[in-house]
Structures are given as C-alpha cells and as structure tokens.
Design a protein around this ligand. Structure first.
Ligand SMILES: C[S@@+](CC[C@H](N)C(=O)[O-])C[C@H]1O[C@@H](n2cnc3c(N)ncnc32)[C@H](O)[C@@H]1O
Length: 421
C-alpha cells in the first residue's frame, strides 16, 4: 500500500528531519513556478486523514505556509506545533524562524537554544543562534558563538577554504591601498561578470523569476529585496517630500515596477552599470513614473529634476564593489543633494577570520567575505562621505529551507543615512 507523505515524514529521525529540509528545497523549484500547487500540497498535508498530527508533518506544513507568505496560517500552525513541544531538530528550527517572522525574537532565540541543547553536534542551530544574537544586539555573544562554531563545521572545511584564499585577501588589501575601483578578473571586487552579455542575459532572467515580492519567503534574494523595499516604503510614507527613488545596481527592475503604482507621486529610477540589463528593463517594465538608466549622473539628474528629496538605495550590489568605487557613489550622492541613502546588503562571516566582522574594532573600510565578495563598514564610510548613519539593523534570514550558501549565518544589514549638517 502506498504510504502518504505524512507517514514517511513521521518515520524520519532527527537527522532525517534535516533531509526533509532538503525536500522542501526541492518543492521550492515547484513553488516559484507554481505557488498554487504548493498551496494545494499544504492543504493536502493538513487534511491527510492517513496520519495524525506529528511534529515533522506540522513542521513541513509550517515551512510550506511560511513560503507561501500566509501570516494567518503561519500563526495558527506555529501555535499548534509549539504546543506539542517538539523534540526534533527540524521542527525546532522551523519554530524559531516562524517566531522571528511573527515578531517574537525571544521565542526565536529560545527554540534555537533548545535545538542546541538537544542536538549538540548539529551544525546549523549554533550558526542560526549566532545570527539571531547579532540581530538582537548581542554582538559579543554572536561573535563568541560564531568564532567557536564556524571553524569546526564541515569537518573544518572553512579553515581549508581560508588557507586557500590568501591571494584574495592580499588582492583586497592591495586594491584598498591603491584606491582602486575594481579588482582583477576573478579576484575580490571583480564586477566584470555583470557586464558580459553572455552572463547578463541568464542572470537577468533568473533574477526576474526569483526576486519578485511573491518570492519573499522562497528565495533569499527576494527576502532581502523585501526588507529593503519595505524600509523604502516606510520612508516614503513618513516623508511625502521624497519625490524620487534610485535603486542603485537594480539588475532586473521588477521590484521598482511592482512598487511604482503604490507611490505614483514618486519617480522610480532603476540604475545599473550594465547597458544590456538597462535595455532589457526598459523593454520589460514600463510605468509612467518609472525609468531605467545606465549612467549614474543621468539618473541623479533625473531624480533631482523631480524637485523634492531624493532617496538612493542599494541591495546586494556593494558586495562586488571595492570601497573606492562605493565612496565615489556616496560622494556623487552628496554632490547631487541626495537626502537619504538606504542599504540592504548581506552581512556574513568573513572567510579571513571565520567570524562576523567586528566593525567596532576593525580599522579598514572593507573586509573580505569569500570568492569575489566584500563587506563594507558603512558606519565608517558613509560619515566620511558626508552622511550620518541614523539606523543600522541586522535581519536574520527566516526562510525555512536552504537557498543560499551559509544561509544560517547570513544577515541582511539595513542601514539608513542622511546628510551630515
Ligand atoms: C546581485 S545583483 C543585485 C540586483 C538587485 N539589486 C537585487 O538585490 O536583486 C548586483 C547588480 O549590481 C550591478 N552592479 C555591480 N556593480 C555595479 C556598479 N559598480 N555600478 C552599478 N551597478 C553595479 C550588477 O550589474 C548587478 O545587476
């Protein structure tokens, strides 16, 4: 007799629960193309008469409704699963994510602590707890836990990776010392891939498929954009004097196109240094209050011509820019009179220290992340280009499945800056 998915899940042990996580990842492929199908699956699992409630089945359901971004169902299932007091790894981790989404940071921390107590060998809970500590302001606690955890995960794999990447660390130091705008091909801060037509077209197409608001809880990229665009919407509501928003490094301009009708009095400008991505955006996304540019001066001129205040934002873009290039952008903003700079960039452990950057102690503008990527010290760079940092927050990634390398430790750093007097 065929087993139901619920029955199969019920037989999984703790480590099996982690495999279920990957199963949800596979469903994701389905979801981003057919969310309705995912919804049917959630309903089916919930009503499946073949199995009674079980921790894993409820965790699977909760993960599905998180992905569907259905707050009412998330709350109902979160309460149902929490009441069972689960003793399995994956349900504990999903509960932590649901608690964060529901604005309950203490519960999110408590579920991860419980997961660590019950499964001390599991790698993910301490990484996720460290991210939560950072996000809730316990920076010392986050650094302590990450520093003890990351070097031992993947059998010490990150230590090997660090040792193999010495040339990249040197390349960043050299580039900073020389004040360079871009790194050499395939080394730190090399933005060339974003300009080559053979990579721009598939990246734009993937971006268009993955980054829209409907994918908020299905891809880390979309979640990060939602965090930043929600912050922008908050500023627009609080300050009706803002008449233009520039999305610096927009890639595919879907998010501006989505939000433009909600704020028709605002001119939305997607800027990207790729002329090809800009052409593709102009063809694909048209609104009366939306334009795309591949020249920053033109974008800034169009924004200031609207007559009110200008907000410039960047999301997941500064991580391929060397600090000199980013400083030039901020200097151009200051010169053009940009009234607000919002950043929604990734914040990760650096491969160099196998820990989050401690920007309280770090004296460089920028530290090495991994591959070609860097992380900037916004609290240092923005003021020296004429902007005061007025908000600086860290958001963990509450997706219930794995979508991004080292996602457990990944944070979105949301900063807000206004001109210094
Ligand atoms: C990872 S994508 C992010 C796209 C979008 N902001 C998002 O978060 O979904 C990075 C984008 O930044 C653009 N980019 C990279 N370096 C840039 C620079 N120096 N000036 C302008 N755009 C840049 C690339 O062309 C690419 O479209």
């Amino acid at each position: 007799m065929a087993e139901s998915l619920g029955q199969i899940l019920d037989r999984l042990q703790a480590s099996g629960g982690e495999v279920a996580d990957q199963g949800v990842g596979a469903l994701l492929a389905l979801a981003s193309r057919n969310p309705q199908r995912l919804f049917q699956m959630a309903r089916h699992l919930d009503r499946d008469p073949a199995t009674p409630d079980s921790d894993l089945r409820l965790a699977m359901l909760l993960a599905l409704v998180i992905m569907l971004d259905d707050p009412g169902l998330v709350a109902a299932l979160d309460d149902r699963l929490a009441a069972r007091n689960p003793a399995d790894l994956w349900p504990l981790r999903v509960l932590s994510k649901a608690a964060w989404i529901r604005g309950r940071p203490d519960a999110a921390l408590a579920w991860q602590r419980r997961a660590i107590e019950m499964f001390p060998q599991a790698a993910r809970p301490p990484l996720e707890l460290a991210a939560l500590r950072f996000a809730t302001g316990d920076v010392d606690g986050a650094l302590d836990l990450m520093g003890r955890t990351l070097p031992r995960v993947k059998g010490g794999g990150f230590v090997g990776l660090r040792d193999a990447q010495q040339d990249r660390m040197d390349s960043l130091r050299d580039a900073m010392a020389q004040g360079r705008d871009a790194g050499d091909r395939d080394l730190v801060g090399w933005p060339g891939r974003y300009l080559e037509p053979e990579s721009v077209v598939p990246m734009w197409t993937d971006h268009d498929r993955d980054c829209g608001r409907d994918n908020t809880f299905r891809t880390v990229a979309a979640y990060t954009n939602t965090v930043m665009f929600d912050a922008i919407a908050g500023h627009l509501k609080a300050d009706p004097g803002i008449t233009a928003v520039i999305n610096f490094g927009t890639g595919c301009g879907r998010r501006e196109w989505e939000i433009a009708p909600t704020f028709p009095q605002v001119t939305w400008i997607g800027y990207d240094f790729s002329p090809l991505a800009t052409d593709m955006n102009r063809q694909a996304f048209q609104r009366p209050n939306l334009r795309f540019d591949d020249d920053l001066d033109e974008a800034l001129a169009a924004a200031t011509a609207t007559g009110g205040r200008v907000l410039l934002a960047h999301c997941r873009t500064a991580d391929v820019m060397l600090p000199a290039a980013l400083r030039r952008v901020y200097a151009a903003c200051r010169k053009a009179g940009v009234a607000r700079i919002v950043t929604g960039e990734y914040f990760c452990p650096s491969i160099e220290t196998l820990n989050y950057p401690d920007f309280r102690a770090e004296t460089a503008d920028t530290v090495y992340w991994d591959g070609i990527l860097v992380m900037h010290n916004y609290a240092r760079m923005l003021p020296s280009e004429g902007y005061a940092l007025v908000a600086d927050a860290y958001h963990p990634v509450p997706l219930p499945h794995n979508d991004h390398g080292l996602q457990e430790a990944l944070l979105i750093r949301l900063t807000d800056a206004v001109p210094l007097p």
